[in-house]
Design a protein around this ligand. Structure first.
Ligand code: HDE
Length: 721
């Protein structure tokens, strides 16, 4: 693939990385110590057929290095993909924050972003039902700011103390290390069924948000409430949002399962390929701002990470944009070694007392020490700040910096007091001057006790299709749970969110919703030892449904088909005219046609032209595409007689994708589910199935317009599962 669409070293961080890039074109192979190697294929032996010699320093060095190539994977978010880019500020936020990078409209701030799943191992599938990490490292002039967020705006738990328990519950079970990258197992749901505070997050995690179409089509959220601090030291509460330019889209669950087999790297490949092709992913960066005085004006606690502020209550103000425009050169050096930390903030941004955030502020440095192995992880090129860096920290494994001089302490006179402390006016970071007067307690605030209202808000804000997907996801997950008591406890919890939801899930499990649901143990502690004083509150009905929570109704949803991929099913004899008409119409709207044929290589059109085949029927699948088109052909039998083609079309039908047929393809249609539904007048309207009746322009217009709807959801009730 071409590598010339991405900018070379256009920003300060990319220039900084240049010092560490190694190019071997035209060079001799050497040892790590620069000695040219004469024979890299054979070890040193006593005679051609004799034993190897210990003296072989070249082989020993090579194998020793190999033996130590792996480092521990991240304990969570192990599977991920990264990219470079920039942030551009719109300059409309100085009233609230003094952070230079959010105010300076003349300098683009370099960023490195890493997307991830949470539960799976480093080699697991991208399409697991899971939360996606969305971590951004901003290399600002005032130091590094990391926004270590997710694609879901709330979290499972309210206090960091429960994080190890949550992760132990969701990871593969310890006795047999099953299942990989999946929450559908007993330990996860056992834990969740005892944690009513997780119910809001569970609604999101069971929705299609947990199976995105692409990293490029996900929202991002900072989750916790943070603070903005302005030049006068005034604080404003802030929540961070990222809104994708291409809209927020997902795949369906059956599709996710099949993608995992067909291409477990689906999201990684999509991100990498699109950046290579110059389709640079872009997000609007927004904030919800709450004046300090309004902290207690909501019917939830701003410090509770299981709550959102509905966008209809506090709108999102867009303050900049984020663009990813360059792939890493080396996955390990950049994507694997990048170290994020919510505690990396710059003047103008500060923390709130959210107890989940407070715990994270400890965890991230600690984990880098074991993962990257040294307190010098900030010196790894991808982690290095582009702001000047001077302090008295010294030594440690793999220290790169050569600190000059005899002084490594403060105060000192021998170096005239340098490096010196910076006053606030000189850019020194000063923590927000918050007054705290309190008893030391191990308790949860009563203001954190409303676990069901926003879960209900989320469910009620979805379209019927989206609600059905949540119900189906819960059925799927809970049907994999073997312990019936856990299923029942979950139904009890769900019934407190919405009685119909619980009933519908229960019918899939073949049991009834318990009449007197077992009282969910407050905050997951044993009934006898419950130290929490506050019972979960019933649903607060004053919430108004929020369109921003639905992917279908979302006000930012666009009908763009940019970067979408359409499979053209073709064989020898395909009509060039038929193929090119839709291809051109798609390309005009930024989408791409991909030729899927009976074999790799090329096919011959009806005019005798060689057409390059992108994928073969036997090594591809419709789950890897956004829509399907079958052009006319002189030889329809090639498609009609191929079971892969029939399955290709049937899956696209089942996954509610747009499917287009040129005229005279009735023989093929007959063999598919579509033919079955159409025949005998069983069903005359098959939404999103577009058959060319002779007017090419009307056909291509219809096809591209319907594709802009992403999925044809009104077809879904016709699909029985
Ligand atoms: Fe993380 N999390 N987390 N987390 N998290 C890590 O740090 C942790 C939480 C998030 O692409 C670890 O470098 C605790 C919430 C992302 O490299 C670790 C708690 C949110 C990433 C860690 C949380 C996140 C991590 C593992 C509960 C959304 C991947 C490797 C208090 C706002 C970053 C590492 C990347 C990674 C701890 C909860 C997001 C162990 C203790 C809430 C996106 O430090």
């Amino acid at each position: 693939m071409k590598k010339n669409n991405t900018p070379p070293n256009e920003n300060a961080k990319l220039q900084d990385l240049e010092k560490n890039r190694e190019y071997s074109d035209g060079q001799f192979i050497t040892t790590d110590h620069g000695v040219k190697i004469n024979n890299d294929h054979n070890s040193l032996k006593a005679g051609e057929r004799g034993p190897s010699l210990l003296e072989d320093f070249i082989m020993r060095e090579k194998i020793t290095h190999f033996d130590h190539e792996r480092i521990p994977e991240r304990i969570v978010h192990a599977r991920g993909s990264g990219a470079h880019g920039y942030f551009e500020a719109f300059g409309n936020v100085s009233e609230y924050t003094k952070a230079g990078f959010l105010n300076d409209t003349t300098t683009r701030t370099p960023v490195f972003v890493r997307f991830s799943t949470v539960a799976g191992f480093r080699g697991s599938t991208d399409l697991a039902r899971d939360v996606r990490g969305f971590a951004i490292k901003f290399y600002t002039q005032e130091g590094i700011f990391d926004m270590v967020g997710n694609n879901i705006p709330v979290f499972f738990i309210q206090d960091a103390m429960k994080f190890p328990d949550l992760i132990h519950a969701v990871k593969p079970e310890p006795h047999n290390e099953i299942p990989q990258a999946a929450s559908a197992h007993d330990t996860f749901w056992d834990f969740i069924s005892l944690m009513p505070e997780s119910m809001h997050m569970i609604m999101w995690a069971m929705s299609d948000r947990a199976i995105p179409r692409s990293y490029r089509m996900m929202e991002g959220f900072g989750i916790h409430t943070f603070r903005f601090i302005n030049a006068e030291g005034k604080s404003t509460f802030v929540k961070f949002h990222l809104k994708p330019k291409l809209g927020t889209h997902a795949v369906v669950w059956d599709e996710a399962l099949k993608i995992s087999g067909n291409d477990p790297d689906f999201h990684r490949r999509d991100l990498y390929d699109n950046i290579e092709m110059g389709n640079f992913p872009e997000w609007e960066f927004g904030v919800q701002l709450v004046p300090e005085e309004d902290e207690h004006k909501f019917n939830f606690d701003l410090l509770d990470p299981t709550k959102i502020i509905p966008e209809e209550v506090v709108p999102v103000t867009i303050i900049g944009k984020l663009v990813l425009n360059r792939n890493p050169d080396n996955f390990f050096a950049e994507t694997e070694q990048v170290a994020f930390h919510p505690g990396h903030v710059v003047p103008g941004i500060d923390f709130s007392n959210d107890p989940l955030l407070q715990g994270r502020l400890f965890s991230y440095t600690d984990t880098q020490l074991s993962r990257l192995g040294s307190p010098n992880f900030h010196e790894i090129p991808i982690n290095r700040t582009i702001a000047p860096m001077h302090n008295n920290q010294r030594d440690g494994h793999m220290r790169q910096e050569i600190n000059v001089g005899r002084v490594a302490y403060s105060p000192n006179t021998l170096n005239n007091g340098y490096p010196a402390q910076a006053k606030e006016a000189e850019g020194g970071f000063v923590s927000h001057y918050e007054r705290i007067e309190a008893h030391k307690v191990r308790e949860r605030s009563e203001s954190f006790a409303d676990h069901f209202s926003q879960a209900a808000l989320f469910f009620n804000s979805q379209t019927e299709t989206e609600q059905n997907h949540i119900i189906k996801a819960l059925r799927f997950e809970l049907s994999k749970v073997e312990t019936v008591a856990i299923r029942e406890r979950m139904l009890g919890l769900l019934s407190q969110v919405d009685a119909t939801l619980a009933k519908k899930v229960a019918s899939g499990l073949g049991i009834a919703v318990p009449k007197h649901p077992e009282k969910p143990m407050n905050h997951g502690v044993g009934a006898d030892a419950d130290p929490n004083k506050h019972e979960p509150k019933p649903v607060d009905k004053s919430y108004q449904p929020s369109d921003a929570l639905s992917m279908v109704k979302n006000p930012t949803t666009t009908d763009s088909i940019e970067t979408r991929q359409v499979a053209f099913l073709c064989g020898d004899g395909v009509s060039e005219k038929s193929l090119n008409a839709l291809k051109k119409a798609l390309e005009a709207k930024g989408a791409a046609a991909k030729i899927v044929g009976p074999h790799a290589g090329s096919i011959k059109s009806d005019a005798g032209t060689e057409i390059k085949v992108d994928f073969a029927f036997f090594s591809s699948s419709s789950v890897l595409f956004d829509a399907v088109y079958v052009p006319a052909s002189q030889n329809n039998a090639v498609l009609e007689e191929n079971d892969n083609v029939i399955e290709f079309i049937n899956d696209a039908y089942r996954h509610c994708k747009v499917i287009g047929f040129d005229a005279d393809l009735n023989g093929l249609i007959e063999r598919t589910t579509i033919g079955n539904k159409l025949s005998g007048g069983k069903d005359e309207s098959l939404p999103g199935i577009i058959i060319n009746n002779g007017t090419a322009k009307a056909f291509t217009d219809d096809f591209t317009t319907q594709m802009g709807r992403h999925r044809i959801w009104e077809r879904e009730p016709k699909i029985t599962e």
